[in-house]
Write a protein that binds this ligand. Structure first.
Ligand code: ZN
Length: 354
């Protein structure tokens, strides 16, 4: 027996791919030339994942412009001045807003998964964006002839399609990125927005069978971009009861970067049910220092004192580069952390007699 361990998703893009995407935007290389750079980046990423011994791999999101905006590639009815997400270090990211309906994804995640599965015999995980994040694309002033309710219904259909295509294409797991969960408590401390997000995501999750939901997980974190977070100051205690109301089979929780992980583990133990697997973060992508396998082992052993080991897994706290242009972490550091996670999780499993 082993303790499952999975990456969250993104890995910093190599320099040649970032340069290629600038050249594609400037029109100095064509799509085919860019695609061959992206193919190379995915191939090298999968090889490096396999070299760490990682039992589950991803494509490192080499082709995604960001974890949140990949479905907007090719969507034309967008205006750039949407929701602004402020990070603790003062930088911001701005989402677009849609300008007309009906809302349809311009790109889905399954082609990324299929391309990766063709390169490896290892199980492949696919991250998708949670519908709650994309609900922020609807403008506050509304759209004539396309009410918010219609938008949310279209969005739920598209999000279901995104997840279902990945399950059908053989994803080992499909992870909904729900980084806006914790952020929502900053925007609305009453919890109303969080409960709206959970309800929207559950309308999509309810369309899947229990067997399918066992392969669907939800990732929560306080955001991670340019080595900064957007909602680390929001208390986990305010998030967890609503988070675990999501009808997903697995939860991927940022934990290593918390000031008091044991307090969070005790809260998690009080809110999860027997059907929910909990992957705890044991490496922190925001911290440039690489954890040792022994530190990871000790984090897993601590978690196992609170969460039954048969429901426990490990992950990184977050992706290493959720936005394509984030180069704050090197690929070497990212994979050194992945290797520490894999080795430390195996050491803990051995110590726990699994
Ligand atoms: Zn994250």
């Amino acid at each position: 027996m082993t303790i499952p361990t999975e990456p969250i998703g993104s890995v910093p893009r190599p320099e040649y791919l970032l340069r290629g995407s600038e050249q594609l935007a400037a029109g100095t290389i064509d799509q085919a030339a860019y695609d061959s750079l992206a193919d190379r980046a995915v191939r090298e990423t999968v090889e490096r994942f396999e070299a760490t011994g990682s039992p589950v791999v991803t494509d490192g999101e080499q082709r995604k412009p960001s974890f949140a905006t990949y479905p907007l590639q090719g969507v034309e009815a967008l205006s750039p001045d949407g929701a602004v997400i402020p990070f603790a270090d003062g930088h911001t990211r701005t989402l677009p807003v849609i300008t007309r309906g009906p809302f349809r994804y311009g790109a889905f995640a399954a082609p990324y998964l299929e391309a990766t599965r063709a390169l490896t015999s290892s199980p492949v995980k696919q991250a998708v964006i949670a519908p709650s994040a994309l609900s922020l694309l609807y403008p506050a002033a509304g759209i004539d002839g396309y009410p918010r309710e219609r938008f949310l219904a279209d969005l739920a259909d598209e999000a279901e399609r995104d997840i279902r295509q990945c399950l059908d294409a053989g994803a080992a797991s499909v992870q909904l990125d729900f980084t806006e969960g914790r952020l929502s408590l900053k925007l609305d401390p009453s919890g109303g927005l969080l409960r709206d997000f959970v309800a929207l995501n559950n309308t999509v999750l309810d369309r899947f069978t229990a067997e399918e939901r066992a392969r669907i997980g939800v990732h929560t974190c306080p955001g991670g971009d340019q080595d900064s977070a957007h909602s680390l100051d929001v208390d986990y205690a305010d998030l967890l009861p609503d988070l675990f109301a999501l009808r997903a089979g697995a939860f991927y929780l940022q934990l290593a970067g918390e000031a008091d992980p044991e307090r969070v583990l005790a809260l998690v133990a009080g809110h999860t049910t027997a059907e929910q697997r909990v992957f705890v973060g044991v490496t922190d992508p925001i911290d440039p220092r690489v954890e040792t396998p022994e530190e990871v082992r000790d984090r897993v052993l601590l978690a196992a004192r609170h969460i039954p080991v048969e429901r426990l897994g490990t992950c990184d706290d977050c992706g290493f580069s959720p936005f394509a242009d984030d180069t704050s972490t090197s690929r070497d550091i990212a994979f050194a952390k992945v290797e520490a996670r894999v080795r430390g999780t195996a050491m803990a499993a051995e110590e726990l007699g699994r």
